[in-house]
Design a protein around this ligand. Sequence first.
Ligand SMILES: O=P(O)(O)OC[C@H]1O[C@H](O[C@H]2O[C@H](CO)[C@@H](O)[C@H](O)[C@H]2O)[C@H](O)[C@@H](O)[C@@H]1O
Length: 281
Amino acid sequence: MTSPHTALPSDLDNALQRFAAEPQVLVCLDFDGCVAELVADAGSARPVPANAEAINALAPLEGITLAYISGRPLETLRELSSPPEGTLLVGSHGAEKYLGPDSPGLQLSPKEEMARRSVIETLEGVAAQHEGAWVEHKPAGAAIHVRRIEDRSRGEEVLNEARAALAVLDGAHIKEGKQILESVVVLSTKGEAIEELRELLRPAAVLFAGDDVTDEHGFAVLREGDVGVKVGDGETKAAFRIPEPAALANVLNRLVELRGAGSVGGETPPRSRSANADHHT
Ligand SMILES: O=P(O)(O)OC[C@H]1O[C@H](O[C@H]2O[C@H](CO)[C@@H](O)[C@H](O)[C@H]2O)[C@H](O)[C@@H](O)[C@@H]1O
């Protein structure tokens, strides 16, 4: 059922009303496939304009902390997302963090640096054999992309070849994604990043929105009162789902409306189930 107030399903709207009534909340957003549409040229991904507008309206509101939690390298994430002032940034699936000016940068050990070089060399070797495949070099590893290969099954074969080549490398950990295969030399997950932010900021509730396999680690750590929003198709642990990145603006604008209307701490619908109890897969 759709809420009479918004374009959102009423169960999601109720959850947002409860969330918005908490004094301090943390809003965590994945970037690609969530705030931004997926595109073939990874360097040209940008927030959907309506999402950017909603994010800019939400970020300055009292009691709201905004964080991007992404697989992108931290600096690329900053450049592509143009975050509002005060936004916390988690890049490289949790391996890189900007939590304020004193945040230390990522320092790889000599062993990790060696593993990273092997990952890059291995993936470049695979990509060189397949037109359309390309390798994104990242501070904590690398990713092979196949979105530019028109034939989806051929793209999957390239990813399988890369998976097999990476399997023999020491210290190279696989991360699955959409038309991409990543290998990282620092073990971290988006779930760990959310838990670290929760520990640091002590919000009463967390909202996390994401679209991909690695975002499931984030949904898995959500608790009662938190709000997990899966963007698009696919199995998920998130309690709620929206169809596409462009629909995220409805969620964020609803939060702006609820917080802006001075309803913080006001009357809210009764909490009837845990954040992860209702799986819309
Ligand atoms: O955690 P995210 O913010 O979702 O980042 C995950 C990966 O996203 C990027 O790749 C994906 O988006 C590209 C641009 O739309 C697309 O071309 C590619 O097929 C997708 O897999 C990014 O390039 C990676 O570094 C991120 O880890």
